[in-house]
Design a protein around this ligand. Structure first.
Ligand code: CDP
Length: 257
């Protein structure tokens, strides 16, 4: 967050440097069930962000001292691949990835019915393949679809997006330059069914009216992302149904033979 409002990121017609209006999302693509060996998976693109999420479990929790006899624990690992950013990122965890992993784990602990699976661990891996600001939101959106794809019972899917302040205006879904040179960045995630906010962070400054506007814009956008998440799962299920139907006659023949 540079906080340098002198750099012109929105023109006089209200158009941003990538052609979007202030309340427009980047193009979003969501695909469920992209990895064979994971229990659940998803691939998400938010503009130039490319993120893969894989879910394993509920499975026995290791190390065992971390087991909770009353519920499952959700362990999320957010990682940026070395080639995902313009300067090569040093491999392995750093302060930023530990923080992002922690807040995403906490968000999912709240939505997953963890009490159904005592002593287990639900492991969520988020790999950022290409980054262009908002990767925690894209990662959370992907991980939520991957959890559903793994058949893990949850209160709801969790859509996530960042809202920010750029050239004194509230803008939706910041891309890299807006994130770098903007005045504020506010990632959030909600439970659409109840309207609860389960993740909110803020970098930079906003006035109270600006914050209210940002929240309203973010919640509205989350509802659009929610529809895309559901659509991705519906497409995944439809494909599976076609495969099941195609395999059925062969199974019957074997039974008869
Ligand atoms: O990605 P997100 O906005 O959730 O987190 P951030 O810490 O606000 O990072 C914003 C952006 O800075 C990332 O999406 C990357 O594009 C970039 N970044 C980078 O180039 N190198 C890093 N080591 C970390 C972030």
């Amino acid at each position: 967050m540079g906080g340098n409002s002198n750099i012109k990121l929105i023109d006089d017609n209200g158009i941003r440097i990538d052609g979007r209006r202030v309340d427009e999302l980047r193009p979003i693509k969501i695909e469920a069930g992209v990895l064979k060996r994971a229990d659940g998976s998803a691939y998400v693109e938010f503009g130039k962000n490319k993120v893969l999420a894989a879910v394993y479990g509920p499975r026995e929790c290791h190390p065992r001292h971390m087991q909770d006899p009353s519920k499952a624990i959700v362990q999320c690992k957010y990682n940026m691949i070395s080639f995902s950013v313009s300067d090569r990122k040093r491999p392995g965890p750093d302060r930023r990835s530990v923080e992002i992993s922690k807040i995403i784990s906490e968000a999912f602990e709240y939505v997953v019915f963890t009490e159904n699976y005592p002593r287990t661990s639900i492991d969520v891996y988020i790999e950022v393949l290409q980054a262009n600001a908002g990767t925690r939101c894209a990662g959370l959106t992907a991980a939520s679809v991957a959890l559903a794809d793994a058949g893990i019972p949850m209160r709801d899917l969790v859509p996530s997006v960042a809202v920010g302040k750029v050239n004194d205006q509230i803008v939706l879904d910041l891309q890299k330059e807006e994130d770098n040179f903007g005045q504020a960045d506010l990632p959030l995630a909600i439970i659409p069914r109840t309207g609860e906010v389960i993740l909110m962070q803020m970098d930079g400054h906003m006035t109270k009216p600006e914050f209210d506007k940002a929240l309203e814009m973010g919640v509205g956008a989350c509802k659009k992302i929610y529809a895309l998440q559901k659509d991705a799962l519906a497409r995944r299920y439809a494909i599976e149904k076609v495969i099941d139907e195609a395999e059925e006659p062969a199974a019957e023949q074997t039974a008869e033979g």
